[in-house]
Design a protein around this ligand. Sequence first.
Ligand SMILES: C[S@@+](CC[C@H](N)C(=O)[O-])C[C@H]1O[C@@H](n2cnc3c(N)ncnc32)[C@H](O)[C@@H]1O
Length: 305
Amino acid sequence: MLRKDMHEDNRRSWNAATDAHNSHKADQAAFFRAGGSTLYPDEIELLGDLKGKTLVHLQCNSGQDTLSIARLGATVTGVDISDSAISFAQQLSEDTGIAGQFIRSDVYDWFEQAAKQGKKFDVVLSSYGAIIWLSDIGVWAKGVASILKPGGKVVVLDFHPYPMIFGWDWKPEFSYFDGQKGQHFENGVGDYVAIAGEALTPSGYVEGTKDFINPHPGHEFNWSISEIITALVQAGLALKVFKEYPYFNGAKLFNDMREGEGNRYYPPDNMPSLPLMYGIVAEKDKGLGGGTMSMSRSFQWQLCE
Ligand SMILES: C[S@@+](CC[C@H](N)C(=O)[O-])C[C@H]1O[C@@H](n2cnc3c(N)ncnc32)[C@H](O)[C@@H]1O
């Protein structure tokens, strides 16, 4: 069930958090002008060749990844509910000269608008902490399918819902199966950029906002992997790739995470490996423009080492 009231809380919470997060990032326009990119090899692999393609980045926050993707040859649109995030993204696009259209909207409202305007994209991307803010995964998946061109694909690369059962100190605290019910926090999005430091600030870390406590509540919906995949398949998309990764890119979401090569973070040494991120590629049918309800034969289940 869609919870627009909770999305509004999340909008206020993300406005406050986005200002805090960006306060820690040194001159981002200079970073991009010097050729910088905030992308990781994992999303680049799933996205494939983007030259000449249209791509919409759902829940793009301040547009750093969206503009990095534009550099790969796509014509990009970013959509996000946060006013601060979208004005930051628009400014960054202007300051760097990297073209991108940025739209402030609840993603569910935007799906309806885009459908009315007949907008269709080659690629839809949802990445890094996006799915957990969606109060109805089924409506979201249908929205995604509605804005894909025939033969177009959705790429999801996100934090795995399994480790989200843990608290900061790796003790199991939250149910894996509460996607619909959600988890509700008095002080919404925290300053995880300050905690991650240089791992999340490729343009350089500056102290910025200190001791940030979000004054707005936040609501998270930790959909399980099966709920996410089922929603996409039931929306008529054919699953092509499903991958699990034993690391977080650039994020120290829990205590004592071990840093590996390429800005990847693993559980502490005394813990076994866990799925920390997942990647999905699902395609819309080429011919009918609708798709089938079945999983594709080339569906791959891979564990990345
Ligand atoms: C962790 S960030 C995603 C980061 C992003 N992938 C990037 O490239 O930086 C989550 C984003 O989801 C946005 N968001 C949360 N609920 C939303 C909704 N209902 N509609 C649109 N955006 C939403 C937040 O404003 C926030 O910017």
